[in-house]
Design a protein. Structure first.
Length: 214
């Protein structure tokens, strides 16, 4: 599966964040892995700690809300490649996550993710994959074919998690339409055409233009 083929099928990336984080995202023009924010806040104890509820961290004078990991159940996971529950939690914390999608919205996993937090009035960011790669030329997207943070047992079989959970395009065993998550292992600079909305269907506003007006 080549990256350019993927971009044709699922050209957009969607990211959910708490409304309270929007000002910080605009100020820094970045999306950072949770681990990056934990380390900046000196909250190292959170790196391998499953968040049963939302967690607040203080970066400088800014309070940032990290979303819960409630669906991440250890008993539903079959660990591979020497991974443990703690190391897998840290692996998740060291990534920026996106739901793939089209101009109409994210895939069904992304819609359900939004619906889970809808009462909190979160913010959805919409980015063109091509623009993200252009703004982050040294960053490599890694792909996952399932919801990595919500493992399930199916007919008595646990969900595998390990080194092959997130793979580069050349190692992805599937078509672009089977990608469920796109992740990056470093802070992502937001492109100039980044947009945001209160729902995954829009209406969309320019992140930079709105920031200047406000």
């Amino acid at each position: 599966m080549l990256t350019h083929t993927y971009q044709t099928t699922r050209p957009f990336l969607y990211h959910l964040t708490d409304r309270a984080n929007l000002a910080h995202i605009r100020e820094t023009n970045e999306l950072c892995p949770a681990a990056f924010l934990m380390e900046a806040a000196g909250r190292f104890e959170l790196l391998q700690h499953r968040r049963r509820c939302h967690e607040q961290v203080m970066v400088g004078k800014t309070v940032i809300l990290l979303r819960d990991q409630a669906p991440l159940h250890k008993g539903n996971i079959s660990f591979e490649d020497g991974y443990t529950f703690d190391s897998f939690v840290e692996s998740l914390n060291r990534r920026v996550f996106f739901w793939p999608g089209t101009v109409r919205g994210p895939i069904s996993y992304g819609i359900r993710h939004f619906e889970r937090y809808q009462k909190e009035r979160p913010i959805v960011l919409r980015l063109l994959m091509q623009s993200v790669l252009g703004s982050n030329p040294t960053s490599q997207p890694l792909y996952c074919k399932y919801n990595s943070g919500s493992p399930r047992c199916s007919y008595g079989s646990k969900s595998a998690r390990g080194a092959n959970t997130f793979v580069p395009a050349g190692d992805f065993a599937g078509t672009p339409s089977t990608v469920v998550e796109v992740t990056f292992q470093e802070p992502i600079t937001l492109p100039a055409d980044a947009e945001y909305a209160g729902r995954p269907s829009g209406p969309w506003r320019s992140l930079r233009t709105a920031a200047k007006r406000e």
